[in-house]
Design a protein around this ligand. Sequence first.
Ligand code: PXP
Length: 239
Amino acid sequence: MNRIRLGVNVDHVATIREARKTTEPDPVAAAMLAEQGGADQITFHLREDRRHIQNRDARLIMEMAQTLVNLEMAATPEMQEIALALHPDSVTLVPERREEVTTEGGLDLRRMGERASQTVKALKEGGISVAAFLTPDLSQIKEAARLGFDAVEIHTGEYANATRDEVERTIMAVHDAAKAARKFGMHVHAGHGLTYHNVHPIVGVADIEELNIGHSIISRAVFVGIERAVSEMVQLIKR
Ligand code: PXP
């Protein structure tokens, strides 16, 4: 069976650093250790308000990473310019609201209209693979295919927050969304709210090729170190 790539989201290390506006802990060092632990990809979100990852982090991760790099960003002209200059392997377009604690919900591609298609076109012309972060909503998935996205990242937040009697329904929604995205010829990623305890059923969704996981891995790393926290997740997502 095909292997799932693990993208480790290092924003959470930068969040701790920015709590003191100091130089430690360094998300760039975290990225290097995540690679040592077996991460297939380093993921980070360069937010418009720079509340955690800074331009310097993005630049250094791009210089030093040996694995794939996935930049999460809003579809704005400023971010588009930065992405084209950094040239990560992939960009995942995400919605961004200043007041949110973390990315809430997926993109509304129909509302974004022109902005989404312009960004996809520019990034693809720049040789960057582009994903849309979407809730498991079939109409959004269809729209992503129409707009020329290479991939979708299915938002697993509803599944992660589901009560016991909602788990089955939310997993089926991820499953159906993954299947639809694959049918439209797009690659399928997933992430948000995944932990050592809830990741297993998501690994069972055959069409998913990549998981991006941050908070749970970095939380565990506080106790066991990043390399071990990552390698434990690598073991858990083996098919
Ligand atoms: N994927 C996307 C697009 C995200 O915005 C986030 C949150 O930073 C993640 C994955 C990782 O989520 P978590 O930190 O809950 O594992």
